[in-house]
Design a protein. Structure first.
Length: 206
């Protein structure tokens, strides 16, 4: 199967390539360190599976890149390979079309199994990720929407209402409405309190 690596750290890409090089049924057909290069090369190389990091430096992140990859004609499967394991990261990646979600700390055999499962179109989750998702299903806590999580993530970066509205292409009034909903769901009454509670519950990361 043909694999494509998307990660902004050359050492990480080299390490993954070295691991995969020992598997007879896997071949690296390309690499990219950002979303724009990835989309251009993936369309040319036509891999079976894309190994996608979530943090890609400047430009679109791995979630946005995943969504664009999955929108290609006859798209490859996307297996997220990252260090992040918050509920928000996992849910956003799966919503964007990722077939699986694997942590970089996993043993090589677990990674290989996940790649093969993804190539077959099967869901592949690291055990820790699967445990988080099961816990979320059993005890979901406050049900935040994707948009509310996006606003919380921007709040955590210090963005004001005007900046949030511009980033999400919505009005400031809409931002305030979402924030009021978030405050009610999390049982807080300040922006700082909302961010702290969201981090505590695993909805976002700082």
């Amino acid at each position: 199967m043909k694999l494509f690596l998307v990660d902004d750290h050359p050492v990480v890409r080299a390490g993954i390539a070295a691991l995969v090089g020992g598997e007879a049924d896997m071949e690296i057909v390309g690499e990219a360190e950002n979303a724009d290069d990835a989309l251009r090369l993936i369309a040319l190389r036509r891999p079976d599976v894309v190994l996608m990091d979530l943090q890609l430096g400047d430009g679109p992140d791995g979630v946005a890149a995943t969504r664009k990859v999955r929108a290609l004609d006859d798209p490859p499967q996307v297996l997220v390979l990252t260090t992040y394991e918050t509920d928000a990261d996992i849910v956003r990646a799966i919503d964007a079309g990722a077939t699986g979600y694997v942590l970089k700390a996993c043993p090589p055999d677990e990674l290989f199994q996940a790649i093969r499962a993804a190539a077959r179109g099967e869901t592949a989750l690291s055990p820790r990720v699967a445990t988080r998702m099961m816990r979320r299903m059993r005890d979901p806590g406050p049900a935040l929407t994707t948009r509310e999580i996006e606003i919380l993530e921007l709040l955590a970066r210090g963005a004001g209402n005007k900046e949030i509205a511009k980033a999400l292409f919505i009005t400031e009034a809409t931002v305030k409405t979402h924030l009021n909903h978030v405050y009610g769901k999390l049982g807080v009454d300040t922006r700082t309190g909302a961010v702290s509670k969201a981090v505590e519950l695993g909805h976002i990361r700082l």
